[in-house]
Design a protein around this ligand. Structure first.
Ligand code: ATP
Length: 349
């Protein structure tokens, strides 16, 4: 049996079924992200694992133990929330030691654990401060230390980075991942930010309307989306409706140009997809398919330039790297685009 298993989990609020037949197994030490748009049910799943919400039906086991009827403090979980939920009237050290005090840990043990936790989060000297004397990023690190201090078996993180500004968000997510790996603690992380999920996770669960659409490594989720929703939600994709000429050999057309996939396609029509970064401006070495188009949009993003082209009525976005000596093409310019048939994804209906 896996370390944490969720089977046929369901949650309804009145007539509203917000989690539907949710299944997931997590190995010890894994970092799992629940990724999906607002309202898809990811927080509700996390709250059921934590014990703040009772499932309508289904089972949750942690380390072989059925926890559904256990209170949050009986489940060996630590949780960090989006908003800084520190106790404002307690010092940093008292906040970190709070769970230990509640469970009756001896004073000396609390003190040494608090010191250990503060050095783990890189704030060894801030124990005497109050939360209002800390930056947002520091407060979230203290919240993490507080969650970890009782040495829980599972760490639950509910959008812990979303209230922070972009730079801190990136550095803190790297820190969270490093701490998680150092401790080897099994972790579930809720986020609506795909880049965050891709960068931090061992595996990602993409959720959509209460359902787990796909479970996979970041590489699998990004490169082999199992559903049209996953394809559209994770990363940017050019979705192309293609007329299938030979289903067996995978011959089709994009914007009138023939494309030989060399993999079987559904008969009649297929939806193909290409990531912008797999398409090149001009004829590029190693790209086997060339399309003719006209530039309709230029979006300068700094290191890359996102271009939009009309290819026989098909809108295609693609990237080119900024080169200071070579200005990007302007709208109206006739261009050639090249891509590899190998990089095209076939999107299941
Ligand atoms: P967000 O990122 O916005 O928090 P989420 O994916 O985490 O979104 P949930 O918070 O799990 O989504 O909410 C899923 C659905 O359940 C939403 O439609 C929400 O309105 C509803 N919901 C959540 N909690 C309750 C509640 N206590 N009573 C009634 N409806 C609820």
């Amino acid at each position: 049996m896996s370390f944490l298993t969720i089977e046929h989990l369901e949650k309804s609020f009145g007539p509203n079924r917000v989690v539907k037949d949710f299944n997931l197994t997590i190995e010890k030490g894994e970092f799992i992200s629940l990724l999906g748009p607002s309202g898809c049910g990811k927080t509700t799943v996390l709250r059921m694992v934590a014990g703040f919400e009772t499932p309508t039906s289904g089972a949750i086991h942690i380390d072989g133990k059925d926890v559904v009827r256990l209170r949050p403090n009986q489940r060996s979980i630590g949780m960090v929330f989006q908003a800084y939920a520190l106790f404002p009237n307690l010092t940093v050290a008292q906040n970190v030691g709070f769970g230990l005090k509640v469970n009756g840990t001896a004073r000396q043990e609390i003190q040494s654990r608090v010191e250990e936790m503060l050095s783990l989060i890189g704030l060894p000297d801030l124990g005497a401060r109050y939360p209002f004397q800390l930056s947002g990023g520091q407060q979230q690190r203290v919240a993490l230390a507080r969650a970890l201090a009782p040495r829980p078996q599972v760490l639950l993180l509910d959008e812990p980075l979303s209230a922070l500004d972009a730079k801190i968000r990136v550095s803190l997510r790297e820190e969270i991942r490093a701490i998680q790996q150092k401790l080897g603690i099994t972790t579930i992380f809720v986020t609506h930010d795909q880049e965050e999920a891709l960068s931090i996770s061992d595996r990602i669960v993409v959720m959509h309307q209460g359902i787990a659409d796909q479970v996979g490594t970041p590489f699998e989720i990004y490169n082999n989306p199992a559903t049209r929703f996953v394809a559209g939600f994770v990363g940017t994709l050019n979705l192309m409706e293609a007329k299938v000429i030979d289903a067996e050999k995978g011959v089709t057309t994009i914007g009138g140009a023939p494309v030989i996939l060399g993999r079987p396609l559904p008969k009649g029509k297929a939806t193909l997809a290409a990531r912008p970064e797999t398409i090149r401006l001009g004829r590029a070495p190693g790209k086997d398919t060339v399309l003719a188009g006209k530039i309709t949009g230029v979006n300068f993003l700094g290191s890359v330039i996102r271009l939009r082209a009309d290819v026989g009525g098909q809108v295609i976005d693609f990237d080119t790297f900024n080169a200071p000596g070579v200005p990007p093409p302007t709208p109206g310019t006739e261009v050639e685009l090249s891509l590899s048939a190998r990089d095209l994804l076939v999107i299941p209906e």
